[in-house]
Ligand binder design. Structure first.
Ligand code: MG
Ligand code: MG
Length: 251
């Protein structure tokens, strides 16, 4: 069962999304060599609460942070804390907000100071693969069109596309149906879902410099690349509109 949001419900989702976009504006300023991921977490939580929202990840299945902060080979679900970012790091910040009855979810990868050419290119390919997927969020398309666009974009450029974690429907719940894989292969997913106006999906490619395979660390949360090479992650909450896709997690 995939929920279709009314115009009023989409308005509420835009509100949640705008808070997240505003938080990322703050991150543009705050991410720098020397800052800790815990300090970034506090900045985001303060903003979310000031805007009347709730940090959606805090306490979710016991997750301790308001943001996920994943550095370098960490793919997703990194726990914010005392780690100090260093020049050349990649930090992936993932933010979820509940405002009223609705959720927004978005992630960006930031280069800390000066990053390597490899790292810069990885970020660019990940962001553009998300763009390729979002462009397919058209009524009448199938879920497979979104998945294939993302996967083809990244794999044709030689990158690893994480398969163990995928995007998701979103709305009154943080995670709704359908699951949104970043690749089109096999039969594990509902690739035949037909996109309809009012569907809202969190699309979130996780793209690796090397292997697509990942491990979860002993903290039970932090997902890392199996070869410990760099990973990037971008995510937007996107609505299928009557005349094309609409990014809900933007200003
Ligand atoms: Mg997210
Ligand atoms: Mg998500």
């Amino acid at each position: 069962m995939i929920s279709i949001k009314s115009a009023q419900e989409l308005d509420q989702m835009r509100e949640a999304g705008r808070i997240i976009a505003e938080a990322f504006e703050l991150m543009n300023e705050a991410v720098c060599p020397g800052v800790t991921t815990g300090e970034l977490d506090q900045i985001v939580e303060d903003l979310i609460r000031k805007r009347g929202g709730i940090p959606a990840f805090k306490g979710y299945r016991g997750f301790p942070g308001s943001i996920c902060a994943s550095v370098n080979e960490e793919v997703v679900h990194g726990i914010p804390g005392t780690r100090r970012l260093e020049d050349g790091d990649l930090v992936k910040i993932d933010i979820g907000v509940k405002k009223g009855s609705f959720f927004g979810d978005s992630a960006r990868t930031f280069g800390v100071g000066n990053v390597s050419d490899d790292a810069a290119r990885l970020m660019e390919v990940c962001r553009d693969s998300l763009g390729a997927g979002m462009a397919k969020m058209q009524a009448g398309n199938k879920l497979r069109d979104v998945s294939a666009a993302i996967g083809d974009y990244a794999t044709s450029r030689g990158y690893g596309v994480v398969e163990d974690f995928v995007g998701h429907g979103i709305g009154r719940e943080l995670h709704e149906s359908p699951q949104v894989p970043n690749f089109y292969r096999g039969s594990r997913f509902d690739y035949d879902v037909v996109l309809k106006a009012g569907m809202t999906l969190a699309i979130e490619p996780m793209i690796n410099l090397g292997t697509h395979q990942v491990d979860t660390l002993s903290d039970g949360w932090t997902v890392v690349t199996k070869d410990r090479l760099l990973s990037a992650h971008f995510e937007h909450t996107v609505a299928v509109g009557s005349d094309g896709p609409e990014v809900l997690t933007s200003l």
